[in-house]
Design a protein around this ligand. Structure first.
Ligand SMILES: [Mn+2]
Length: 304
């Protein structure tokens, strides 16, 4: 297996946010970015995928196959997202039934979301793909991670190759540390499993106690996501996805830029509400140009 921290492509890149099974949005976006259906760009530009290729949308299988074709052709790189991680860990979640061959019924509309379902051989193919993905890509001026950049976690990941063994090893040692801490409650234990495991931090970010505990998917949650990008002070650009932040919210005074515009909300929203393609979009950031391109063809320059 290749290392979990790898060198990012040089030259001009287009960094694509969380696709979540929306193959049509991906094809439209790549078309607007100037890529041929084959994945090649006439100017030699290349695509960087931020992970979370799968779940929620109609065809996760097609997205994985297309991205794999580009990676094999040397025209794309991709980091691992938390949704790929769940699949590799064989964890069934509310929105990854397609992987286990099960239809998804949308709670809001009570309709089955039309999805391509995996069988045994496709599960094998997708796991094989996921196990080859790094957690981090970096070069002198740019860093890429699915959720959260933490230098000490990146340093730990650079020693490892097998993401599942690496994840389990940290889970085990965190459990050992917790065994003598009978003073900690359930959510304090959850927080340590989240914030001390490099695979968890890089793919789903740091968590802190919630100011107001809340319900999600029928569970009461005591932890919430920590906006690490507000503290990011480095000169290197850091491109990440995961947080479904409209541009603007991800900007402190920092060079950490979130490129997840929530395209999955069109199919399976996390909260009830507007599903329109005008609100929820798939985007790429073009680097070094520093402009967003959206799946409807809109272009927005970033003022830094
Ligand atoms: Mn994610």
């Amino acid at each position: 297996m290749p290392p979990l921290v790898q060198k990012l492509f040089g030259g001009s890149i287009d960094v694509v946010g969380d696709v979540h099974g929306d193959i049509e949005a991906l094809m439209n976006l790549l078309n607007h970015l100037g890529y041929a259906r084959s994945g090649f760009h006439p100017d030699g530009r290349r695509v960087i995928f931020l992970g979370d290729l799968v779940d929620r949308g109609p065809d996760s299988i097609a997205v994985v196959r297309f991205v794999k074709t580009m990676i094999d052709a040397g025209t794309a790189q991709c980091v691992l997202g938390n949704h790929e991680l769940n699949i590799l860990l064989n964890k069934k979640k509310i929105d990854n039934g397609w992987f286990f061959g099960e239809e998804f019924r949308d709670q809001e509309t009570d309709k089955v979301v039309k999805q391509e379902l995996a069988d045994e051989s496709i599960r094998h193919e997708i796991c094989h793909f996921g196990l080859e993905l790094p957690l981090v890509l970096q070069r002198e001026d740019v860093r890429v991670v699915h959720a959260c950049w933490q230098p000490e976690m990146v340093a730990m990941a650079s020693e490892a190759r097998d993401v599942i063994a690496f994840y389990q090893q940290h889970r085990y040692s965190i459990d050992l540390g917790l065994a003598i801490r009978s003073d900690l409650n359930v959510w304090q234990r959850q927080q340590r499993h989240q914030n001390l495991n490099p695979v968890k931090v890089l793919t789903s970010g740091l968590e802190v106690p919630a100011k107001h505990p809340y319900e999600a998917n029928g569970e009461r949650l005591y932890l919430e996501r920590y906006p690490w990008w507000m503290d990011y002070q480095d000169d290197e650009f850091c491109f990440f996805g995961h947080y479904r932040l409209p541009w603007g919210q991800s900007r402190g005074s920092t060079r950490a830029v979130c490129i997840d515009f929530g395209v999955a909300q069109r199919w399976v929203p996390k909260q009830p509400g507007d599903r329109s393609p005008d609100k929820w979009r798939l985007a790429a950031i073009q680097y070094p140009e520093l402009q967003f391109v959206f799946d409807n063809g809109d272009v927005e320059k970033i003022a830094m």
